[in-house]
Design a protein around this ligand. Structure first.
Ligand SMILES: [Zn+2]
Length: 380
């Protein structure tokens, strides 16, 4: 999730968040509309405020609808969307994982620009209707407002179709390459390079705006450079994420899990566990038992969260991860599914069960250690 955002509402189980950069855009957008609404019509300030605010809100709703369309299609393919963040240049739908097929990716990506084009057309039609029905001041300003919204949605659709991952157009490109060669990793590499290339071209365009129009170009140029910067970063991060997931898909939970867990009783003090087991045995994960039956697991990560002055007062049972609370993994699940499960729990660990027995613990720390080792050995 992107930091620096706040949750404004929840629609159909999806958190709608607004990033701080959005407020900047909304303020700028409001101001520009406030200024332009009086070009042709003698509007009074209060009318200009209402019109500019309405335009800003409808712009906000348009971006939100674009993102919601992605989410609706994602859900059809059973890809859970946990939040939508409205951001500097549009929105980001935060999926828990990437689509599994090229077709799912294509439909999910294409529906966004499609929605923006439909909105653009609808605002244009409304403008025609408003032009014929509304008379007088300030009614005559409404068609102008609708025209603005039509253009903005058109621009939003076109911009998102640029072939640079993670823009929608980049996803469409990836899905096509993926279907063509059946090699998702290669498709991602090409599409994210596309993202970096689009970012580079945008940066050049931004500089051009600065140079050719020293006064008006500053705002537009800064804006374009900012978008280029974010797109470049997002493309690079997407590529690293793909590499990361790819490495995880090749190894299973059984290989990475911590085995031979020592069993400890549920009422043992945290201090005894650390003093008698963790340090002398350098053991990092334990099965917690009550009356000889496993009821939970506890790891170094859980113990780290207990403040030093509570080691004597807290028991293993207070800090453990209860087996009922986490979905169990199987040894032959791939590690990517393992990380999926971890992302749904706060704890960074999940028990691995086989035949009703806890056979190991799958830990985020260990996964990262494994990936670091691969990296050090030059394995990709
Ligand atoms: Zn989109």
């Amino acid at each position: 999730m992107i930091s620096g955002s706040l949750r404004v509402t929840r629609i159909a189980g999806i958190d709608i968040r607004v990033h701080v950069s959005w407020f900047l855009i909304a303020a700028l957008f409001f101001y520009l509309n406030f200024e332009t609404f009086s070009f042709d019509l003698p509007l009074i300030p209060s009318e200009r405020i209402v019109l500019a605010a309405a335009t800003t809100l409808l712009f906000f709703a348009s971006v939100l609808l674009h993102e919601l369309s992605h989410s609706i299609v994602a859900r059809r393919f059973r890809l859970p969307v946990h939040s939508i963040t409205l951001f500097l240049f549009g929105g980001v739908s935060n999926l828990r994982r990437e689509p599994d097929t090229a077709r799912a990716e294509f439909l999910m990506a294409a529906v966004g620009p499609f929605t923006s084009f439909v909105l653009s057309g609808s605002f244009w039609l409304l403008r025609e209707v408003a032009r014929q029905t509304l008379v007088g001041i300030p009614g005559e300003a409404v068609p102008y407002m609708l025209e603005q919204l039509s253009f903005i949605n058109l621009a939003l659709g076109v911009f998102n179709l640029l072939p640079g991952f993670p823009l929608d157009g980049g996803r469409v490109l990836r899905s096509a390459l993926w279907a063509l060669r059946r090699d998702r990793r290669w498709a991602t590499r090409v599409a994210t390079r596309g993202g970096q290339a689009v970012a580079g071209l945008l940066a050049l365009w931004g500089i051009y705006q600065f140079v050719t129009d020293p006064r008006g170009g500053v705002l537009g140029g800064t804006w374009t450079l900012l978008i280029a910067f974010f797109l470049f970063n997002a493309a690079s991060a997407s590529y690293r994420q793909e590499q990361f997931e790819d490495s995880l898909r090749r190894v299973n939970v059984g290989t990475l899990m911590t085995r031979d867990l020592v069993s400890v009783p549920v009422d043992m003090e945290v201090e005894s566990l650390i003093g008698s087991y963790v340090l002398p045995m350098r053991a990092r994960s334990f099965v917690v038992e009550r009356d000889g039956r496993p009821i939970g697991v506890v790891s170094l990560a859980d113990l780290r969260r207990v403040p030093r002055d509570q080691w004597r007062s807290r028991r293993v049972g207070d800090v453990m991860l209860s087996l009922e609370k986490v979905p169990a993994l199987q040894p032959n699940d791939d590690a990517r599914r393992g990380m999926d499960v971890l992302s749904r729990t706060e704890s960074g660990e999940a028990p691995v069960m086989d035949d009703g027995r806890v056979v190991g613990l799958f830990e985020r720390d260990v996964v990262f250690e494994y990936l670091r080792m691969r990296d050090e050995l030059g394995l990709r």
